[in-house]
Design a protein around this ligand. Sequence first.
Ligand code: ATP
Ligand code: MG
Length: 222
Amino acid sequence: MAIAEHMEEAEEYSSPLSLPDEAYEVYRHLYGKLQLHPGSRAVVGITSAIRGEGRTTVALGLAATIAQDSAEPVLVVEADIENPQLHELLGGPRRGLVDAVTDGEPLAGVMTPITPNLLVVPAGSHPENVGAFFYRLATSRLPQGDGWWPAVVIVDLPPIMNYGYGPMIAGIADVLLMVTRANVTPTTLVREAVARLEGNRPRGLVLNDHRTYLPSWISRAG
Ligand SMILES: Nc1ncnc2c1ncn2[C@@H]1O[C@H](COP(=O)(O)OP(=O)(O)OP(=O)(O)O)[C@@H](O)[C@H]1O
Ligand SMILES: [Mg+2]
């Protein structure tokens, strides 16, 4: 399926992701750290030790930045099926990763464009058996099919420590980026998560700082 067809299917680009100028620079730096060969079509996985570390924020920010700068089709896949967030961005439930994997269909059939060259695959339906779904995903990888495939694919992975299959699922990515909440997540947990990944070591670590740098009187005024 060609990107042009996706664009025709889109009702509207109601939720373009715009970031503060300084955030684009952070994501550009991060992308450079991944050292991807141009045209490699490597799948980038965003992982973390536990929940709430900023995986979805980083996945979307990185995707929005690369989509803007490269003008190439960029896809975000939501593999964190137990805490789906993308359906909110899309304004309602849609078929997604779970549906494509369960029905044995290529992922192209469940991609939704949110800007002309930024597409997302939401988690989709909740599977009857999460363990069975993760096993299938980890062992079959992302269903690319024979047709069109985006230049850059970024996967919002489930957290490593929360799932027995966490490290196996991380294996669907060619390159891993680990996000951790700076000064919050215990280092031992991050170390344990990296150890569980064994040979599949993350190529980068994002020290995500949830602190706001706004003066407190401005925050209170809101
Ligand atoms: N650098 C940051 N500064 C301020 N807030 C942040 C930052 N990064 C993430 N957040 C906020 O922290 C919360 C958790 O972030 P996010 O949803 O990206 O994490 P997650 O790892 O995907 O979480 P989950 O495991 O629940 O899916 C969100 O409300 C997000 O807006
Ligand atoms: Mg998330």
